[in-house]
Design a protein around this ligand. Structure first.
Ligand SMILES: CCCCCCCCCCCCCCCC(=O)SCCNC(=O)CCNC(=O)[C@H](O)C(C)(C)COP(=O)(O)OP(=O)(O)OC[C@H]1O[C@@H](n2cnc3c(N)ncnc32)[C@H](O)[C@@H]1OP(=O)(O)O
Length: 127
């Protein structure tokens, strides 16, 4: 299977409803909760790409462009953007949708780097 096909097949989407237990005193999604969800979707994307044990080695700049209000729906999309020898990068975007309107806009994006490791926690080749 080519790397391009793997990238396509491993693209990962998760939807969540933003309920009040995940929001702050501004009634918007906690930044830390957003980062947790982003790490999770990035991890799943990396694992589905490589089918190996993957650990997060780095998170690059995360931009919070729009607040994510309580009572909205978010979609997280993870996509592999770079494949190295033992590491790969996953770009994660969060889109926010109103529940009762057909609106959708990008709220957050960031990038995460993962390393494939063996059972002794030593880096191994991704492919
Ligand atoms: C029941 C309900 C439960 C709910 C629950 C929800 C959970 C929802 C969250 C889920 C999320 C899951 C996420 C799991 C994943 C972890 O959580 S993993 C835990 C956090 N991560 C760690 O503990 C990793 C700790 N670090 C290490 O063990 C070592 O640094 C590593 C990763 C094995 C790498 O070892 P190293 O000796 O530094 O390796 P080295 O040979 O120098 O570099 C290897 C590669 O990494 C690259 N690299 C190294 N450092 C960096 C860097 N800072 N930046 C970029 N690239 C780097 C190198 O360039 C190299 O790349 P290649 O050229 O080979 O492609």
């Amino acid at each position: 299977m080519t790397s391009e096909v793997r990238i396509k097949l491993s693209e990962t989407r998760i939807f969540k409803a933003v309920f009040p237990n995940t929001t702050n005193h501004y009634d918007t999604l906690f930044g830390g909760t957003a980062m947790h969800l982003m790490d999770e979707v990035a991890f799943i994307t990396a694992t589905r790409f490589s089918r190996q044990r993957m650990v997060t080695v780095s998170s690059d700049r995360i931009d919070f462009k729009k607040p994510i209000p309580a009572g909205t729906i978010v979609e997280l999309i993870g996509k592999v953007t770079y494949v190295g020898t033992t590491s790969l990068k996953v770009r994660v975007e969060i889109y926010v949708e109103q529940m009762y309107e057909n609106t959708r806009e990008k709220a957050v994006n960031g990038e995460f780097t993962f390393v494939a490791i063996d059972e002794n926690k030593v880096p191994v080749k991704i492919l």
